[in-house]
Design a protein around this ligand. Structure first.
Ligand SMILES: [Zn+2]
Length: 228
């Protein structure tokens, strides 16, 4: 298992599995079970694995969930996910719920956090959190909601990683300034955006230096993923 350095830019959620990061970028690659890619140990890279709600299918579900359980048991991933709920795309809510619960159970068995994909299903997510009482925090990726929603998720112990195209907007500065720094992450989601540019923008929003922001996010990474 590779760990970031305090001087790294940490990209907490990316799908660029083929590009090796630059020396100063640490990438958490989000493997999706349907892609059947394996978490190959490499410096500067960590992995999560899960079944994305868009790609749930009855015929392959058994194999996919077995693959997720296997990766968790091998210790080759730092979290389960992305997993969650999508009301725009994906199968019926009952199937999404079952798949999410199965993945949260696997995460619980191996004491892992879960990376969340959630589109217009926040009540469902909060209900699942209440019902399943996870042992480790959840990390909501691609967040682009308002302050009230952020506050609600944070009150459940969750971490927030912001949608790359949202966080670079001028108006996102106000939101990020209002949030506890010890619960934030940044990501490209494999968009081709440069994580360095995102750090630049957010460090200006928070009135800290880029090395200062690296330190904050490195600390958050170690709090969430380094088991003591
Ligand atoms: Zn993603």
């Amino acid at each position: 298992m590779s760990f970031p350095d305090p001087a790294d830019y940490i990209d907490i959620h990316t799908h660029h599995g083929v590009l090796l990061p630059g020396r100063d970028v640490f990438s958490v690659i989000s493997l999706m079970a349907h892609e059947e890619a394996l978490p190959v140990p490499l410096p500067g890279i960590a992995y999560t694995t899960g079944i994305h709600p868009w790609y749930l299918s009855d015929s392959s579900y058994g194999d996919q969930i077995a693959g997720v359980a296997e990766a968790a048991a091998e210790g080759s991933v730092i979290a389960i996910g992305e997993a969650g709920f999508d009301r725009i795309k994906g199968p019926d809510p009952a199937f999404q719920r079952k798949a999410f619960e199965d993945q949260v159970r696997i995460a619980g068995e191996h004491d892992l956090p879960v990376v969340i994909h959630c589109v217009r299903a926040w009540d469902e997510l909060l209900g699942a959190h209440k019902r399943l009482r996870p042992s480790r925090p959840w990390l909501v990726h691609g967040f682009r909601g308002n302050r009230d929603l952020a506050a609600q998720l944070l009150s459940k112990g969750m971490y927030l990683s912001f949608w790359f195209a949202f966080i670079i907007r001028p108006e996102a500065g106000k939101l990020i300034r209002s949030l506890p720094r010890e619960r934030i992450f940044l990501e490209t989601d494999g968009s081709g955006a440069d994580i360095r540019d995102i750090y630049e923008k957010v460090s200006a929003d928070l009135a800290v230096t880029v090395p200062g922001l690296k330190n904050i996010i490195y600390g958050n990474y170690m709090d969430l993923f380094a088991k003591v």
